[in-house]
Design a protein around this ligand. Sequence first.
Ligand SMILES: NC(=O)c1ccc[n+]([C@@H]2O[C@H](COP(=O)([O-])OP(=O)(O)OC[C@H]3O[C@@H](n4cnc5c(N)ncnc54)[C@H](OP(=O)(O)O)[C@@H]3O)[C@@H](O)[C@H]2O)c1
Length: 252
Amino acid sequence: MNIIKDYSPPENLLRDRVILVTGSGQGLGRAAAIAYARHGATVILHGRKVEKLEKVYDEIEALDKAQPVIYPLDLEKATDEDCSGLAAAIAEQLGRLDGILHNAAFLDGPCPLELQTMNQWQTLLKINLIAPFSITRACLPLLKSAPDASIIMTASTQGHNPTAYWGGFSVAKAGVEALVRIQADEWGKLPNLRINALIPGIVNTPQRAKTHPGEVKKTLPQPEDLMPNYLFLMGPDSKEIKGEIIACQTIH
Ligand SMILES: NC(=O)c1ccc[n+]([C@@H]2O[C@H](COP(=O)([O-])OP(=O)(O)OC[C@H]3O[C@@H](n4cnc5c(N)ncnc54)[C@H](OP(=O)(O)O)[C@@H]3O)[C@@H](O)[C@H]2O)c1
């Protein structure tokens, strides 16, 4: 499924909503956190490195919108208890949660399966699949009591159409698509809770620079170019869309 590229969200699209954005210190997560804040949301800035989150915090503060909150947590080391702690802190400090953008991701350089180790796979699966699952589960009571909650998982072309050398990362991202379908099916017709996946496609971010160092960056789509998709899926205009895997750009 592809969604409308020329979606023009109203300025107050996310007013009064509280949205958690994982991996919001750089790349697509940073752009989404700023876009959500610009459209009225109180954003919880999650990531690993506090300095990066503080920079995004300052950028949002300069917009003169709702004050964001910083919540660092290393998803590689996170336990179910840590995820419950995150949910408890949101409940205590903000009192509600209307959406999660699961965006944080980790990717090693591509290499053949025969060179990949169990430890590497554990890290890839933990950060890209297992931790998001646990965060969603921990936040479920808050999400269920929100009037219109949207969860966006970030999938990938490499999970949708796996090819050589992407190994554990592809498997984790393929798992993200399965997770979205299972979760949407379990939630059935719950009117106020939806989960979907976005496949960004090629975007100029630090992750892309790591995997494709020779590319001319300025010719690539920028994170901000994709924000209509991220806003549409987080806001009320997509309320009827559930369990979909949505490509922001044509999948090659
Ligand atoms: N860029 C593309 O072309 C592209 C294409 C398809 C899909 N995607 C997907 O889009 C999403 C964003 O990609 P991106 O390119 O913007 O990625 P990115 O620049 O590498 O940023 C990833 C973010 O994830 C966070 N993160 C990584 N490991 C973490 C950990 N252990 N604990 C907590 N946070 C962690 C990083 O935080 P720190 O910096 O603090 O470590 C960073 O903010 C990912 O899910 C990616 O797979 C991207």
